[in-house]
Ligand binder design. Structure first.
Ligand SMILES: Nc1ncnc2c1ncn2[C@@H]1O[C@H](COP(=O)(O)OP(=O)(O)OP(=O)(O)O)[C@@H](O)[C@H]1O
Length: 248
């Protein structure tokens, strides 16, 4: 589904991502860990095609197509979606208006998901204006459900969310990524950034990567990587990275 080859990315004068290789198969979800400022959001924004991020080397392929120079709206049409960490509040645009503008789902499907996310009563409110942290995340997930993209990226879906809502959101992300279907029937792929990994208790993820200083330092199963980070911080990834000379 997504293939990233030898990708290096600059923001302004600064090279943030270096020599990234990442392959996400159809039906797979990957999680991205890394300390603050490592470049995780930069990677998501680059996949999305945000023009602020300049690809200086390498290529991004989506569904077999080279999208490296493709504008953002065409990538969205092709099936790439994102749930932002801190989406903007938009006065004058109601949640319902946004949903109607972007939805590829039936009214019945939208009603059901809005109820499941407990956000139906927010339809007449301006988008994210005065929403709490958890309400913003629920509204983001409803918009992602409406768009129905094939590759969904989640930038810290659990930040600022209480324990009960993390469980709710984890279950819905699982559903959005087809994890409630048999492996052979899964068509969606995901890339999720999380700092604490608590949401992973409620969703299924196939692989994990650690991004350090713009480089993928280690990859493995989500459990082994997360346990290592909880036990020793990012220290082992740093030594692993030094052995591979990946920070040169
Ligand atoms: N517009 C910009 N101009 C200069 N530097 C930038 C710009 N945007 C991001 N950066 C820098 O790029 C680096 C990576 O930022 P990024 O937001 O991708 O990190 P992150 O891993 O997502 O961090 P966090 O976990 O704190 O959200 C940081 O050092 C940041 O200051």
């Amino acid at each position: 589904m997504l293939q990233i080859e030898d990708l290096s990315v600059k923001v302004g004068d600064k090279e943030i991502l270096k020599d990234i290789h990442l392959y996400i198969e159809k039906g797979e979800s990957h999680v991205l860990f890394g300390p603050n400022g490592a470049g995780k959001s930069t990677l998501l924004n680059t996949i999305l095609g945000n023009p602020k991020y300049e690809v200086v080397r390498g290529n991004i392929y989506f569904k077999g197509k080279d999208i490296t120079d493709m504008p953002m709206h065409e990538r969205a049409q092709l099936g790439i979606g994102i749930s932002y960490q801190s989406p903007p509040a938009i006065s004058g645009v109601r949640l319902e208006t946004m949903i109607n503008a972007i939805s590829k789902r039936s009214d019945e499907e939208m009603e059901e998901m809005a109820k499941r996310l407990n956000i139906r009563h927010f339809y007449q409110r301006d988008l994210n204006v005065g929403f709490s942290g958890g309400e913003v995340k629920r509204s983001e997930l409803l918009q992602i459900f409406a768009q129905n993209p094939d590759l969904v990226m989640f930038d810290e879906p659990d930040s600022g969310v209480d324990v009960e809502n993390v469980e709710l959101l984890g279950g819905i992300i699982n559903h959005l990524l087809d994890k409630d279907r048999k492996p052979s029937e899964r068509n969606k792929s995901g890339l999720i950034i999380t700092h604490l990994g608590y949401i992973l208790n409620f969703m299924e993820v196939d692989k994990a990567h650690v991004l350090l200083d713009g480089v993928i330092a280690c990859s493995g199963t989500p459990d082994e990587i997360l346990n290592e980070i909880i036990k020793n911080g990012y220290q082992r990834c740093v030594s692993c990275c030094q052995k591979k000379s990946c920070n040169k």
